[in-house]
Design a protein around this ligand. Structure first.
Ligand code: 5AD
Ligand code: SF4
Length: 476
């Protein structure tokens, strides 16, 4: 018989904001803390440890965390043994300031130190002093020295906090070297490092053994992935996709986020030729105006971006592309904004994530350029782009009506169906090969399987359909 636990498991409440990288980081932190005797709870009042895995990309994300910290102050008063932690990008960016603003915080741990969470929580408790672990600043020494201060700890995985049983993120690279002038990521996530392919493939096998069907490779500029072995052999993202394609059990592979300049032909051909690779590419344009792009230091022009897009679409028929845009970046005039509108209109993205520029201390843009576009103008431009994108998404989604698509079924979805006004029983949700969300009626057994679905209706974000006659597809 297994050993009986000698004490009640400690309860962990964790909230994650920000990008997929953070979702993955939280999975790894939870795995470590489980080994340390914690179990997850959704009830913050019951927690013995409350952790926030944070984002610094925009001010709004930081404000939310500071108010959450304010809200839990009373819990800490009631229960002094409660451990409160700020993890991730904000921890690296604000460091000791977090302890000044929120003295009830016990641990401040940057993204390059997350493997130390259990040790630092224990130390904070034992010594009754807050603990901080952050990596070196980008200018604190040689590249090797700074890089070595960002630990990798991807071996631990924790199925319970994945987006779904069948889907998992897999980190292929860390950090970023592009230094777009508006972006805090290169400072908080450190130098770009590509993981050795052998470790990535081993992790994919492990995930497949755990029942994962869809793996999303994550990296800030994932298509810049390049790993050099000691013998000089180079693995590019296209090579890595080919190796992962051979992993039994994995039925779909995606990768996010791509950088326009690194969209090489070998990669596009790999997406075309490897049937398990989703025909979906997220490649942010950020702006359609060359002057703005230059000030952002994106290192391409709008024409280059559009040529890249044409090449992508020519190489990969049936693909879909999504983008990010920042509106109201320093010096963005009406004329520059109109250029962005034009680019968005011509590009026919599946969807676009649109952000109002938020100045970040420590970035080049914040040093060099005034944040001179009024909030009201940013808001208006945000709406204009969103409305236009919604119109395009709806038109392009409606073109799917009457088609049969292969859908990887993710499970039942309350939120997707309820938001669209559906009032019957919860429906299944999944995605097409080009990453479009599909909602349809069907039995639970279809979850985790590739299923042929006939599309009967569409909104700007969702396709609606029914299982095609006698169709449960095998691998795509
Ligand atoms: N302000 C607004 N949006 C930003 N992004 C990155 N930094 C900022 C900022 N300072 C956006 C970019 C990026 C996405 C993840 O967040 O569009 O692609
Ligand atoms: Fe930030 Fe640019 Fe790197 Fe993306 S490529 S993480 S926007 S610096």
């Amino acid at each position: 018989m297994a050993d009986q636990p000698t004490s009640q498991p400690k309860k962990l409440y964790i909230e994650t904001v920000g990008c997929q990288m953070n979702v993955l980081d939280s999975e790894l932190v939870v795995a470590r803390l489980r080994d340390d005797g914690y179990e997850l709870t959704d009830d913050i009042d019951q927690a013995d440890a409350i952790l926030y895995n944070t984002c610094s990309v925009r001010q709004h994300a930081e404000d939310k965390i500071y108010s959450a910290l304010g809200r839990i102050k009373h819990l800490k008063k009631k229960k002094p043994e409660l451990a409160v932690g700020v993890l991730g990008c904000m921890a690296q960016k604000d460091q000791g300031q977090i302890l000044k603003r929120a003295p009830h915080v016990d641990v401040v741990i940057g993204p390059g130190q997350l493997g130390r969470v259990p040790e630092l929580i224990a130390k904070a408790k034992a010594e009754a002093t807050p603990q901080m672990a952050v990596s070196l600043a980008r200018n604190a020494g040689s590249r090797e020295h700074v890089t070595s201060s960002f630990d990798s700890y991807d071996a631990d995985r924790e199925p319970a906090v994945r987006p779904s049983t069948f889907q998992a993120y897999l980190r292929v690279m860390m950090g970023c070297d592009k230094f777009c002038t508006y972006c805090i990521v290169p400072s908080v996530r450190g130098p770009e490092q590509s993981r050795p392919p052998s470790g990535i493939v081993a992790e994919a096998r492990l995930l497949a053994m755990q029942g994962v069907k869809e793996i999303t490779l994550v990296g800030q500029t994932v298509n810049s992935y390049k790993h050099k072995e000691a013998d000089g052999r180079i693995t590019r993202l296209s090579d890595l996709l080919a190796r992962l394609h051979d992993v039994d059990g994995v039925e779909r592979i995606k990768f996010i986020t791509s950088f326009p300049n690194d969209m090489t032909d070998d990669l596009l051909q790999a997406v075309r030729d490897l049937p398990k690779v989703s025909r979906y590419i997220h490649v942010p344009a950020q702006s359609g105006c060359d002057l703005v792009l230059k000030r952002m230091k994106r290192m391409y022009t709008a024409a280059f971006y559009e040529e890249m897009l044409a090449r992508l679409r020519e190489t990969i028929p049936g693909s879909s592309v999504s983008s990010d845009f920042i509106v109201g970046f320093c010096g963005e005039t009406d004329e520059s904004f109109e250029k962005t509108v034009g680019l968005l209109e011509r590009s026919r993205f599946k969807n676009s994530f649109i952000f109002k520029y938020s100045p970040r201390t420590g970035t080049k843009a914040d040093d060099l350029y005034p944040d001179d576009v009024p909030e009201e103008v940013k808001r208006r431009r945000n709406h204009v782009l969103l409305d236009l994108q919604t119109r395009i998404s709806l038109e392009d989604n409606r073109a799917f009506i009457g088609r049969e698509e292969t859908v990887l079924v993710e499970g039942r979805s309350r939120s997707t169906t309820r938001k669209e006004g559906w009032e019957g029983p919860d429906q299944l949700t999944g995605r097409t090969h080009c990453d479009r969300i599909v909602v349809f009626d069907g039995p639970d057994e279809l979850s985790g399987r590739l299923t042929r679905v006939r599309i009967e209706n569409a909104s700007a974000v969702t396709l609606f359909g029914r299982v095609a006659e006698g169709q449960v597809a095998g691998p795509v």
